[in-house]
Write a protein that binds this ligand. Structure first.
Ligand SMILES: [Zn+2]
Length: 305
């Protein structure tokens, strides 16, 4: 199993290498107003991942039908990476920092895309990390391990920090992903002096709160923004526009604590459908903004655009 995954993963990386010659993602940034907040979703590019990662435990015929409906019939698929920027009063708050330049050549486009959108990254005052995976955290530092935004304050969930820096960091991870731990520790070490530990319920600025959504990783968090029917920036709790909503019980290989991730997905989906809140999903089709409704004893994602 691990060897097969490793081979597919390496093949995906090779595909990513070929994609290096393609132009960077150039869609116009997507902006919405929500209560007192202004939000802009900026792409960090995309990941190239093995399709088999999405739901290895699912009945193959059902899984293949859903993948086909999502246009994903090959061994690999492109997973978008949507970074949200929040303007709140005098604060400019970034949610996750993308992959940087050491993960996949198709990702790490955030700084270029921010610049194209006319946003000066030096004006960003706060960064909140949903979790410590490479596509969310590794953009914190440059090729010399120096902070991309040395003046910002960084918010990290204490459970996530404890997991990646603790002795059990490789537990639940396929062996070939031990590099994730090295990378997380390198980035966390760089932000340590400018970091605030947070937990579920903590308010970062008025109306913006941390919500515990564990399972994808041990300390994975989402963000709740008050206003209208509410808005949730869901990180990687819901990673696929069909599978995560129609089959929240299927277990993507990327989830560290699979049963807990299933419980979190169910709770989050129920809440989103009941409250009619807006969802922003990091890996949903760009810009990843939409709402959720109940459908056939499960759920459906309705993209805003
Ligand atoms: Zn991710």
């Amino acid at each position: 199993m691990l060897n097969v995954n490793r081979r597919v993963f390496l093949a995906a990386s090779a595909a990513g290498f070929l994609a290096r010659t393609l132009p960077a993602f150039a869609a116009a940034p997507y902006s919405i107003k929500h209560g007192a907040f202004e939000l802009t979703v900026v792409s960090d590019g995309h990941l190239v991942l093995p399709t088999s990662f999405l739901a290895p435990d699912a009945p193959p015929a059902e899984r293949d039908a859903l993948l086909k409906a999502a246009g994903q019939t090959g061994e690999q698929y492109n997973s978008p990476t949507n970074v949200t920027l929040i303007r709140s009063g005098t604060d400019l708050i970034l949610v996750d920092m993308g992959s940087g330049d050491r993960f996949m050549p198709t990702a790490g486009k955030l700084w270029d895309n921010l610049k194209t959108a006319g946003i000066d990254k030096a004006k960003i005052t706060k960064v909140i990390f949903t979790h410590g995976h490479p596509d969310h955290l590794w953009g914190a530092i440059d090729e010399l391990d120096e902070l991309i935004m040395p003046d910002a304050t960084f918010y990290v969930a204490s459970a996530e920090w404890n997991f990646w820096t603790g002795d059990n960091a490789t537990r639940g991870l396929p062996a070939e992903r031990a590099g994730f731990v090295t990378g997380a520790r390198r980035n966390y070490a760089a932000i340590k002096g400018k970091m605030k530990m947070v937990k579920g319920g903590d308010e970062i600025v008025p109306g913006l709160r941390i919500a515990d959504t564990p399972g994808h990783t041990q300390g994975h968090v989402s963000l709740e923004l008050v206003g209208g029917d509410g808005l949730i920036i869901g990180g990687d709790a819901l990673i696929h526009p069909l599978i995560s909503f129609q089959h929240p019980e299927w277990k993507p290989l990327a989830d560290h604590v699979p049963d807990q991730a299933v419980a979190t997905r169910r709770k989050l989906l129920d809440r989103l459908a009941t409250d009619r809140s807006i969802l922003i999903g990091f890996h949903l089709p760009y810009p990843g903004v939409g709402t959720v409704e109940r459908k056939d004893r499960a759920y459906r994602f309705i993209p805003a655009v």
